[in-house]
Design a protein around this ligand. Structure first.
Ligand code: PLP
Length: 337
């Protein structure tokens, strides 16, 4: 049966590198949404907890419930509480309506829109937001923003950084009048974290960096954590002139030993239609179309590594490594090694 191997040393290395750059493990919010980008959220959470990380972020309560035993604080990015939630949960409030809808007394981090226009209150809505916070006795524990273009080297990152700085000082002023003192501010996801030299006493919110994917700062020494392995289902000689798989898209020039391996688009791989050269980690190409539960390639043994760097598949499919990783089915067995 196919396997995802998770490299424990690589993961610990990445976590330590991130903490070192920010200065403190307590300043790191580990983003473990979407099953930790397909890696297996509870597996990573166990290791992160053991080495002292205490704060994570997820998408919704379903994910939070799985990680509740591992972290002191869990920031839930896009979900309004429905009742019976854990004391450990903190809710991102993504607009004024969310502040109005949320239950009285809830712990919140206020999202502020500093340019992305996806989530967050407008900077001009701050006074109104605080009126709601006060009226509902919400427990304001932090505020944050998200960059729309930190992954592209342009001035936008600095514009948002500046916008956030100015809103931060306003928030601090109003918050202290209301008696909210220790606030956690955070604005930097992985790309912005890599680009930053000074964290302005903020926390960082890193997802992909902890998994070993860096794009700006090679000196960080991040290493990919996940490798995907497929097991042989069957093998045969594909005779000269025969085609393999649906539509017979790959035709052998001469007799060759091929094998079929047990991963396909039903396991979350993007479907390869047999056109262009898509390679396994060994550089052997897939042969013909991918099926729902299998693909074929030259027979190179019982196990093949499909990829140990998701960027190879991302490049082929003209997408980002996030998408290649996050789609990996939760039903593939994950193991540390
Ligand atoms: C997903 C997400 C992150 C993490 O982004 P990476 O690029 O993986 O570090 C951080 N903040 C928010 C609001 C997110 O949705």
């Amino acid at each position: 049966m196919a396997r995802i191997y998770l490299d424990k040393n690589a993961y610990i290395n990445n976590l330590e590198c991130i903490a070192k750059k920010v200065g403190d493990k307590e300043r790191v919010i580990l983003v473990l949404k979407d099953n930790a980008y397909g890696h297996g959220a509870t597996m990573l959470a166990g290791v992160a907890k053991d080495i002292g990380f205490k704060f994570c972020a997820v998408k919704n309560e379903y994910e939070a419930d799985q990680l509740e035993p591992f972290f002191d604080k869990i920031l839930i990015l896009s979900h309004i509480p429905e009742g019976n939630e854990s004391q450990r949960y903190i809710y991102a409030t993504n607009c004024l309506k969310a502040l109005r809808d949320i239950k009285d007394g809830t712990r919140v981090h206020l999202a502020v829109d500093t340019l992305m226009h996806r989530n967050g209150i407008q900077m001009s809505e701050l006074d109104e937001a605080f009126e709601i916070i006060k009226a509902k006795n919400l427990v304001l524990e932090g505020a944050f923003t998200h960059h729309r273009g930190a992954d592209e080297l342009s001035a936008e990152y600095f514009v948002q950084d500046q916008n956030f700085k100015s809103i931060k000082s306003k928030i601090l002023k109003i918050a202290s009048e209301l008696g909210f003192n220790k606030l956690d501010f955070h604005s930097r996801a992985s790309a912005a974290f890599e680009r930053a030299f000074d964290f302005d006493d903020e926390l960082v919110r890193v997802g992909i960096a902890q998994l070993g994917y860096a794009q700006f700062d090679a000196t960080l020494g991040l290493k990919p954590v996940l490798s995907l392995w497929a097991k042989k289902v069957s093998s045969r000689v594909l005779k000269a002139g025969q085609g393999v798989g649906y539509g017979g898209k790959f035709v052998a020039d001469s007799d060759m030993n091929i094998a079929t391996y047990d991963l396909g688009y039903g396991d979350g791989l993007l479907r390869y239609n047999g056109v262009g050269r898509l390679c396994l980690a060994s550089n052997e190409p897939l042969l013909g179309r991918m099926s729902m539960d299998s693909f074929s390639s030259k027979d190179t043994g019982e196990w093949v590594c499909v990829f140990d760097d998701a960027r190879v598949w991302a490049k082929f499919f003209n997408t980002i490594e996030y998408e290649i990783l996050v789609k990996l089915s939760p039903f593939i067995k994950r193991e540390w090694r």
